[in-house]
Design a protein around this ligand. Sequence first.
Ligand SMILES: Nc1ncnc2c1ncn2[C@@H]1O[C@H](COP(=O)(O)OP(=O)(O)OP(=O)(O)O)[C@@H](O)[C@H]1O
Ligand SMILES: [Mg+2]
Length: 246
Amino acid sequence: MNAQTIMVCSGKGGTGKSTIAVLVGAHLAAQNRKVLLIELDSGLRSVDIIAGVYGKTVYDIEDVLCGRCDGDKAVVASPLYPGLSIISAPYEGGVVRTAPLTRLVSLMSPFFDFILLDTAAGMGPAFTAGAAVCAKALLVLTPDPIALRDGRIVADRLIADGHTQQDLRLVVNRLRPDSFGRRAAVYDLDECIDTVGVQLLGVVPESSALQHSVLAGEAVPENCPAAAACAAIAGRLLGRRIPLTV
Ligand SMILES: Nc1ncnc2c1ncn2[C@@H]1O[C@H](COP(=O)(O)OP(=O)(O)OP(=O)(O)O)[C@@H](O)[C@H]1O
Ligand SMILES: [Mg+2]
């Protein structure tokens, strides 16, 4: 194995990066791929709750990057999503640096098909380190003008730093029936794609079932439309032709 490394990023915070990283990772794992999800959002953990590893982690990414433990010691299997492994962010402190992250990714790469890097919002150290090691970047954005405009800035930075247009994909998250239209701030999906300037990989609807499952510490049920949308995104990452249904 030689893992494909994919960064999940956004400009604006709270667009659903961690949620989508877990669910896409879970569905890649459900397709018999070995998936490692590393949360790089120091001090603002959330993947541990979404993936159900809360309270099960002894070491975190900061311990690994500072050399306090080997990478495999910090890997925890998600009890909610079989085949999905997690390295959590620290509860506080720590700055993700490029060189140790690059070393970790290359050490882990032979053991996984996919390494997903869930970054913090914006273009701070986690983004810079993730951008340096990833082959692809998923921009997870909500369909609002600020998230889309900030997403364009992030996409431009990735291109300026040497990534190609082909490396970038857009996921529009939390789509509601009233997200688009003449009365909405964004007219349609085309406007999202044109604003960000990145090819669309998937659209994930707003889902109260998703929120309830996360709050209850349970796996998001497969029949939830948001989970189905993430399964389709995982399928597209695996090269399958899956039509977009919005
Ligand atoms: N499709 C969705 N439907 C409903 N709620 C969602 C959806 N996606 C994400 N959320 C909710 O939005 C909130 C933010 O999600 P999440 O923590 O994944 O965002 P984030 O981009 O990782 O945030 P941060 O920038 O702080 O890292 C959470 O409460 C999550 O449950
Ligand atoms: Mg997050």
